[in-house]
Design a protein around this ligand. Structure first.
Ligand SMILES: C[S@@+](CC[C@H](N)C(=O)[O-])C[C@H]1O[C@@H](n2cnc3c(N)ncnc32)[C@H](O)[C@@H]1O
Length: 386
């Protein structure tokens, strides 16, 4: 990033959000915080080690928090994710308080919170709304928020996330969609799985990462790896291969014959429709989560499947490289950690394309060349077509 609008990335993970802000140019990262070593190393490999604070956010003294124009980042979401426990007392939900502490000390003009769609229904979100009122910890900040679909901002993925802007320079509207299901109203057509991965080899050359290691923060970590190192195959059983072969694009566990059904699916006649799913070539993928390499966890089978020619079927889940492409990471992004570490970094990330759309949208407000034009009252703004 060049000298310009200063940014702190909290709970940065591998830096998907920072990658998007960097792509929008004019932003300069001054601090990032991440406690997972592999993720912090990936961030450092791509954006520099000196401003990455590897460790627990709660351990960073107030005095070490620099002033910044923008804070970005999503407090961990498992507490209120659809897939998580949703316990109101989940300690992970309290991490947003750390986020607020950083806002109080860094005094950004704008802060951006990214989270799962369920965040809007959480108790924590209600408390956050309250804190922007008179006398609250975030008094002076106006909140605007919406559910955004990553596909509407150039990612080939139907990933739905809550995006929240807090601004002390006036209410900031949500960015307008740049893409849509059809080329209507001046938007481009959604990018598809074909756009993202069709040029990659159908047969992954290996199942393991190369033997490489490097030092970050004085500790040795595996990596750094290029995207092309991440085209990793798996070694499925004959039974798994037979299962994959029955699933057409858009299909899933309900396409399996009874004899191939594991007991848990045989007993569960409805729900979990995405599992053992196969992608469509000409649509955006569904959400890429952290276990995209396990077909039993979602719609992760490679889209190639010829109804009449069994030889022309790619019976495997997507590789890490393909997942990174569907998340819009560039091929020259560097990755650190084990296969599982890297899958988590990929699945947890904000797609850089969505982050770049947000960064480009905020820039004129931060540079003072656009005037916030929302009414002063906080509240949901029109959501995207999700
Ligand atoms: C959803 S991920 C963030 C993804 C990131 N915004 C991106 O775009 O790549 C949340 C991150 O918060 C980190 N985290 C959780 N608790 C933390 C803590 N107490 N201190 C620092 N980092 C923490 C996790 O390790 C995880 O990488």
């Amino acid at each position: 990033m060049t000298d310009g609008i200063t940014v702190i990335d909290l709970f940065s993970g591998c830096g998907g959000m920072t990658q998007g802000f960097k792509g929008a140019s004019d932003y300069k990262a001054v601090m990032a915080v991440e406690w997972n070593l592999a993720a912090a190393a990936t961030y450092a490999a791509n954006f520099g080690e000196s401003h990455m604070q590897w460790g627990d956010i709660a351990k960073i003294d107030d005095a070490r928090i620099p002033e910044a124009d923008v804070i970005i980042g999503g407090p961990p979401c498992q507490g209120f994710s659809n897939l998580g426990s949703r316990e109101a007392g989940d300690p992970r939900n309290k991490l947003w308080r750390e986020y607020i502490r950083f806002v109080q000390h860094a005094k950004p003009k704008i802060f951006v919170i990214e989270n799962v769609d369920r965040f809007l229904a959480s108790t924590e979100f209600q408390i956050l709304l309250k804190e922007t009122g008179a006398g609250g910890l975030l008094a002076g900040y106006e909140l605007t928020y919406s559910l955004l679909l990553a596909a509407d901002y150039g990612a080939p993925q139907r990933r739905k996330r809550t995006i929240l802007f807090g601004s002390r320079i006036g209410g900031i509207p949500m960015p307008a969609a740049t893409h849509g299901p059809t080329e209507l109203l001046g938007t481009n057509q959604w990018r598809t799985v074909r756009d993202a991965i069709s040029d990659l080899p159908r047969l992954p050359g290996t199942t393991e990462l190369p033997a490489a290691s490097t030092q970050f923060f004085g500790v040795t970590v595996p990596g750094s790896f290029r995207s092309s190192d991440l085209h990793l195959g798996r070694t499925p059983t004959a039974m798994s291969l037979e299962r994959y072969d029955h699933v057409p694009p858009g299909g899933g566990r309900f396409d399996l014959p009874e004899r191939l059904l594991p007991r848990c699916w045989r007993d569960k006649k409805s729900g979990t429709t995405d599992v053992m799913g196969r992608m469509h070539w000409d649509r955006p993928s569904l959400t890429i989560r952290t276990e995209f390499f396990k077909p039993e966890k979602g719609q992760y089978l490679h889209p190639q499947w010829d109804e009449h020619d069994p030889m022309n079927r790619v019976n495997r889940p997507i590789t890490h490289w393909e997942a990174a492409r569907l998340q819009t990471f560039p091929d020259d992004f560097l990755w650190c950690g084990s296969k599982i570490d890297i899958a988590k970094q990929i699945g947890n990330a904000v797609p850089p394309a969505l982050a770049a759309a947000i960064a480009n949208h905020l820039k004129p407000y931060l540079l003072g060349s656009a005037t916030p034009d929302l009414p002063a009252s906080p509240g949901p703004v029109a959501s995207s077509n999700v």
